[in-house]
Write a protein that binds this ligand. Structure first.
Ligand code: UD1
Ligand code: CA
Length: 464
């Protein structure tokens, strides 16, 4: 029978070092490439064979709860009295039970499944009661130090605030990931002494207690320190972003995607990009994004929660919650949002905004246009400066425009209207009634010319 492995993620801390004005925001809700910090940790746990994940939330807990509740059992730590106190909150679920418990921190987003699995395997194969994931770093400041005797035997972990000058020189640090014999963890948790410096109950004090009890305590060294970087302040957060960005971009490049300036390209985890797509500098691909083959994603484009087909050219544009088929040209400076759907071979030009618009094949809206809450049939040409006035101040209305329609420049459409196929709309028209098939609609006042008016006017204003 496989041993039961549960996990506890500590995510209740105050995050004082983030220095946020927003008291409802927890450190672990900070964004890292479009994903909150805690979600990165939960995602690393996902492929492992874990029975139940318990997420401890507290400071800014409502926000954290919303982020973690689909993948874990939420446990509240109402007052944050330290990492040991955090784990105690899970006692109603796990105290007295056999099995193995993996403890992780919600503020270490770069940890990989492979390293967590290695830690668990080391623990199980070594028959340990406690196994600590450690790392050797150049600058151990702020981390708990692994204290060992001269012959290398571990005696405990000393926190930065408790460390002597000599201990501060220790470069082997506690990464904040542990695997415990569950029954022993909860048996000794209640006996934790408070940290004399700040009164907190630190999980790290258990190490010494376990060793004194003669329990079997082991360590596992993480493959790369980068994985266990804590994101306690915004400088560390930027460092984590740099590392994760490098990791993600590298993977896309070896898969056949051109990223022209990987140091300045931000791609969320789980974004998919097809071969021969070229990504220029300053691009953000955030959230749930899937991009096909052979696209050009131009400089400074931002694409969020959207699907892009194949061979599109997207120049410096913003695309949110939308989808594109194949062979479209978008931008420069277009804005697609609100579940806009573009089929194939469309041309969406500069300063064109589309909101909840469905465009069939070969629609052209090349310049300075707003199309909101509408459906437009294939091969229709939307003239420069067309506006769909979809909002009457209270309700958004829908407009439907047929196939092969030619709309002149400066058309204003007051929704809701239905324009049939093969209609011509004269430039400058304001359309607020339906137009039938093959008709031309012209809705503008007739022009009158006043001969000789120029001289009359100049005299009047005293210039002649
Ligand atoms: C902790 C370790 C330190 C280790 C480092 C690795 C302790 C006492 N120290 O220090 O040895 O080197 O991690 O990154 O454990 N949390 C709660 N409730 C609390 C306090 C904290 O849930 O009452 C959570 C935080 O949200 C965070 C995690 O526990 O996700 C770690 O807390 P943090 O304050 O960041 O500890 P460090 O100072 O980084
Ligand atoms: Ca930390």
């Amino acid at each position: 029978m496989k041993p039961t492995i549960n996990a506890i993620m500590m995510a209740a801390g105050k995050g004082t070092r983030m220095k946020s004005l927003d008291a409802t925001k927890s450190k672990v809700a900070f964004d890292l490439l479009g994903v909150p910090l805690v979600r990165h940790v939960l995602n690393a746990l996902k492929p492992m064979n874990i029975d139940t994940v318990y997420s401890i939330v507290g400071h800014g807990g409502e926000t954290t709860e919303r982020i973690v509740k689909d993948d874990s059992v939420v446990v509240w730590q109402r007052e944050q009295k330290g990492t040991g106190h955090a784990i105690m909150q899970v006692a109603p679920y796990l105290a007295g039970k056999q099995g193995t418990t993996l403890i992780v921190s919600g503020d270490t987003p770069l940890i990989t499944t492979a390293s967590l699995q290695h830690l668990v395997d080391t623990h199980l194969e070594g028959n340990f009661d406690l196994t600590i994931l450690t790392s050797v770093v150049d600058d151990p400041f702020g981390y708990g130090r692994m204290v060992r005797t001269k012959d290398g035997k571990l005696t405990g972990i000393v926190e930065e605030i408790n460390a002597t000058d000599e201990e501060k020189n220790i470069r082997e640090i506690n990464t904040g990931f542990y695997v415990f014999n569950n029954e022993k963890l909860f048996r000794y948790l209640n006996e934790l002494p408070p940290n004399p410096k700040n009164g907190e109950l630190n999980i790290t004090f258990l190490v010494k207690m376990f060793i004194e009890q003669g329990f079997h305590v082991g360590t596992d060294t993480v493959a790369s320190f980068e994985e266990t970087l804590g994101t306690n302040d915004r400088a560390q957060l930027a460092e984590a972003r740099r590392i994760l960005q490098k990791r993600i971009n590298h993977q896309h490049m070896v898969n056949g995607v051109t990223i022209e300036n990987p140091d300045n390209t931000f791609i969320s985890p789980h974004v998919t990009i097809g071969q021969d797509t070229v990504i220029q500098s300053g691009v953000y691909l955030i959230g749930d994004v899937s991009i096909g083959v052979g696209n050009l994603i131009g400089a400074n484009s931002m694409i969020e929660n959207s699907t892009i087909g194949n061979r599109n050219v997207i120049e410096s544009s913003k695309i949110i919650d939308s989808s594109l088929g194949d062979d479209n040209h978008v931008g420069p400076n277009a804005h697609l949002r609100g579940h806009t759907k573009i089929a194939n071979q469309c041309r969406i030009g500069n300063f064109v905004e589309l909101k909840n618009a469905v465009l069939h094949d070969s629609v052209k809206a090349a310049h300075l246009t707003y199309l909101g809450d509408c459906e437009i049939g294939e091969d229709t040409n939307v003239g420069c400066g067309t506006i769909i006035a979809n909002y009457d101040g209270k309700t958004k209305h829908h407009t439907s425009i047929g196939k092969h329609v030619f709309m002149g420049s400066g058309t204003t459409i007051i929704s809701p209207v239905t324009i049939a196929d093969e209609v011509i709309i004269a430039a400058g028209s304001t359309i607020n009634e339906n137009v039938e098939k093959r008709a031309m609609a012209i809705a503008r006042s007739k022009q009158t010319n006043k001969p000789g008016f120029y001289d009359h006017w100049m005299k009047k204003i005293g210039k002649k």
